[in-house]
Design a protein around this ligand. Sequence first.
Ligand SMILES: Cc1ncc(COP(=O)(O)O)c(C=O)c1O
Length: 398
Amino acid sequence: MQEILPRLDVETIVCRVRELLTQRRLWRGDGLYSRSFEERFAALCKRRFGALTGNGSQALEAAVDALDALPGDEIIVPAFAFIAVAASVLQRGLVPVPVDVEETTFNLDATRIAAAASERTRAIIVAHFAGCPCEMHAILAAANSRDLPLIEDGAQAHFAKYGESTVGSFGLASCFSFQAAKTITSGEGGILLTDDERVIRRTRAFINYGRDPDDCGYDHRFLSSNARLPEIAVALLLDQLDCALDDNETRMRSYQDLAETLQRIPELQLQQSTQSKSTHAHSLIPVLLPAWMSRSQRDALVDSLKRQRWPVRAGYPLLTQTGIVRSARARGLISADQESRIEEADRQVAVARRLAGSLVVFNHSILYRKPDELAGLAEHLQRFIGEQRASESALCLS
Ligand SMILES: Cc1ncc(COP(=O)(O)O)c(C=O)c1O
């Protein structure tokens, strides 16, 4: 996928990096910038604490680790989400139970949580797909009624809002990614936010080989690894916070124009925003193709768009369409019964299955392109669908 960095003030970044080099403070342990970034990012999301991690996946792993769940315990996850969500659960010997998503927002459908929960359910993870906030009232109600902690994956939704609340301000912990395709980026990077002192101390230990966060000696209290982010990455991130909200607005305006054009193609379905008042981050632009188009026709469309240098991918596969559940079983992380539980849950996710076969997803960078380029994109989509329809009709007649 072709990505662009957001507006970066290169001079400021060079000064920040020079400072790190001259003071030789490249490492998290005695770095110059990490603490202040954590505090600023947490404050912007109305959280008490933040801990930077090497990437967003490690932030999710730290959040799942902080649940203190036992092997075989279950975590409800959206059936349509980037693999890191389910992987963070399996890595810790827990069972991700995929729950279908809404036809409109493509986010976890709160009305399906009750049927998916069992006496082994220990938490719910939601992911705000493409920057669209999940229906948090309904999700929190479902979580609270079962006394289940909630983890938010905001990797695609920096500073999106649900009502007056910023994404990342809900539940026990929230996680973000700063990977290259994200709207705030240092190439790789992540952060965990929480209001809970126990969770932040656990996370600070988690990213540092289980060490006591107040003591960088060799007192390793639990099994974990190194998930620290280098200071140079933080030097890249710091100033992006100043323009992130403006950038969100720029993308929102550009998306409105693009959506207006795409809506003129009746066979396409766009992601709808949450019913309640919300502000989308538009980190990705999902476009759902008509149901009569096959997966291979969708893949051919993606290929043709890539040839024209559009940053685009197909929708995420279902959990059981990947090798990760099988491999977790082979490694003894989950049992055969638990593998069957995941397979059974995955058979019931009709909306996610359709998205896996029929969605195309553009990177947010297209929203910075010129209007005539975006008009060209709409024409390409319309032409491709027309050609596929014509060849389907010809096949029917022959
Ligand atoms: C929803 C979601 N969660 C988690 C991640 C993992 O983040 P990272 O790539 O920084 O490990 C991503 C990254 O693409 C993501 O989109």
